[in-house]
Design a protein around this ligand. Structure first.
Ligand code: COA
Length: 166
């Protein structure tokens, strides 16, 4: 049973993340989409909101993929991966600018847990310029982001910023 972890802050999850999750689900017996609780970032969405959006987005995009699960973790990624019996950590590589940070993280994780391999996947080129910060910013300025994110996320962003405006 080959288990892979796909970790992230998912603030919020985008179509780019979903693209990577679907690709990973074709390669591994089980993919655990793992929300990082102790992100260094200050997320717009709370942990429970982010988790709910991940679950709703997966139900929206790929209900037929029975080997994708969701979870949340805190602490070191490789410790969590080992605890879950995972042998791989999946990361998306969108552009050269991702490479340096990802390379450092992959090497450090390998040093910490040689039995866990980092696997890099390229999302569809349509999504190479996407990230969650850009999505939040567009939504904050009232732009429609529904071509970049699942419906549940677009609605949640609309609600979040309407609440903030009033
Ligand atoms: N499509 C669209 N956007 C993507 C993407 C894709 N396929 N892949 C990544 N991104 C975006 C994310 O949305 C994020 O955007 P943002 O910075 O605007 O929010 C950005 O790229 C960076 O994402 P990512 O690299 O996944 O960072 P992250 O903060 O979501 O996750 C952890 C980083 C949680 C995996 C990492 O901090 C970690 O492992 N933490 C646990 C502690 C630990 O083990 N530390 C030691 C590491 S050596």
């Amino acid at each position: 049973m080959k288990i892979a972890i796909y970790p992230g802050t998912f603030d919020p999850i985008t179509n780019g993340h979903l693209d990577i999750i679907e690709r990973a689900s074709e390669m591994f017996d089980e993919v655990i989409v793992a929300l990082a609780r102790n992100s260094q970032k200050s997320p717009l969405f709370s942990e429970s909101e982010r988790q709910a959006l991940v679950e709703q987005s997966l139900a929206e995009c790929c209900p037929h993929r029975k080997n994708i699960r969701t979870d949340a973790f805190q602490g070191l990624l490789v410790e969590y991966a080992t605890k879950r019996g995972a042998t791989a950590v999946v990361r998306g590589l969108r552009a050269m600018s991702d490479f340096e940070y990802e390379f450092q993280m992959a090497l450090m994780n390998r040093k910490l847990a040689p039995e866990v391999t980092t696997v890099f996947l390229m999302p569809h080129e349509e999504y190479t310029y996407l990230n969650s910060t850009i999505i939040r910013e567009l939504a904050w300025y009232g732009k429609d982001v529904s071509t970049f994110v699942p419906k549940a996320v677009a609605n949640a962003l609309r609600e979040k910023f309407e609440i903030r405006y009033h």
